[in-house]
Design a protein around this ligand. Structure first.
Ligand code: ADP
Ligand code: MG
Length: 340
């Protein structure tokens, strides 16, 4: 494949190349890439902003992460933070620091993934910054969304007896990471070893290419639901539950038998020699939504066409309890999940 050095194009050449790929979709985008600042407009009351970074060697390993997926994931983790406030993201800015081990074509791949995400979620890329880096790749994304005061779901507004729900199913992203790391190690020891990863497709896809759950927010909208509390699962179910619990000054009781766990989680955990509950409770990077609402609201929902699962409820007493399948109560300590 052709390799164009970054310095052949220069910073402005690269910015122009990026800009030429994107078109504007929102009337709230007044001015995008090109001037010193982007200008956006809102017909809503509030502006929501959030950023996240992805750093080579810390958050991703390029030996098994395709650059296109990385660009896509960078956008997803950011969009997820706005969805988890029950609002819609509209604009993003991307900051990129990149060393000369990368080519212009590598930047193209990253931005192909970013563009794919923008098209899929109707997002305008309105700016960013580009810099060289001494080693490796550092990317950050800032996302902007708008919302009305009454529609927002916070971490600190869960109510006693609220039903706790989670979207999707749990544990895949972490197991996907373990599989990729295992295969990398095998490859280092035997470069001729060509792994067949088709068996692990679902867990690897969840790790490399997670989806932000816009469909859940659409579902709330069409059902006129505003969850009392909501958070996205970036650090693991247990840790996110503790966040809501601490912020809302409540305890909770969740039930192992109710947790959405696919059968492959059990078999793959066994294969990888870990406790499946470690993947389910502490596995990060799920980007599923964890939220709560009153029982009467929950009971009126038709969940036939959406993957929302009730897993327990918030309690007045401050205990954080997981009821195991065998009926035993486990205290989820403040560090999140610990081995039995
Ligand atoms: P300045 O020197 O004023 O910071 P830049 O030359 O860095 O301006 O950026 C020029 C324009 O290109 C700005 O609109 C900026 O937001 C945008 N931009 C720069 N780098 C990126 C990038 N990596 N992705 C998207 N937009 C970018
Ligand atoms: Mg700049």
């Amino acid at each position: 494949m052709k390799r164009t050095e970054i310095n052949e194009l220069g910073e402005f050449g690269i910015i122009n190349r990026i800009n030429s790929k994107f078109r504007k979709n929102h009337k709230t985008t007044i001015l995008g890439i090109g001037d010193d600042a982007a200008i956006t407009n809102t017909d809503k009351e509030l502006i929501l902003t959030s950023s996240d970074m992805l750093i080579e060697g810390i958050h991703f390993d390029l030996s098994y992460t395709p650059l296109k997926h990385l660009g896509y994931k960078l956008v997803m983790v950011n969009l997820s933070d706005i969805f988890s406030m029950n609002c819609y993201p509209n604009h993003i800015l991307i900051n990129l620091a990149i060393s000369n081990k990368f080519s212009v074509e590598a930047i193209d791949e990253i931005y192909d993934g970013i563009k794919y995400a923008c098209d899929e979620y109707n997002i305008d890329l309105v700016g960013g910054d580009t810099s060289s880096s001494i080693s490796g790749l550092i990317m950050s994304c800032t996302v902007i969304g708008y919302g009305d005061k009454k529609q927002i779901s916070y971490r600190d507004k869960a109510k006693v007896d609220d039903i706790i729900c989670v979207s999707g199913n749990l544990g895949r992203a972490y197991l996907g990471l373990l599989v990729l790391q295992r295969e990398k190690n095998k490859f280092i020891h035997d470069p001729k070893n060509q792994p067949d990863l088709s068996k692990y497709k679902k867990v690897i896809e969840k790790q490399l290419r997670p989806k932000a759950r816009k469909d859940i927010i659409d579902f709330f909208n069409s059902n006129k639901i505003i969850p009392n509390s909501m958070i996205d699962i970036s650090d693991g179910l247990s840790s996110e539950l503790l966040h809501i619990s601490n912020s809302s000054d409540l305890g909770f009781k969740i039930f192992e038998e109710k947790l959405p766990i696919e059968s492959e989680i059990y078999s793959l955990s066994k294969e990888l020699n870990i406790d499946y509950m470690e993947a389910v409770l502490s596995g990060g990077e799920e980007y599923e939504l964890l939220f709560s609402m009153p029982l009467d609201k929950f009971e009126n929902l038709n969940l036939d066409k959406i993957d929302i699962t009730p897993i327990g409820h918030f309690t007045k007493n401050k205990k954080r309890i997981l009821v195991q399948k065998d009926g035993k109560n486990i205290d989820l300590n403040t560090k999140g999940w610990i081995h039995f």
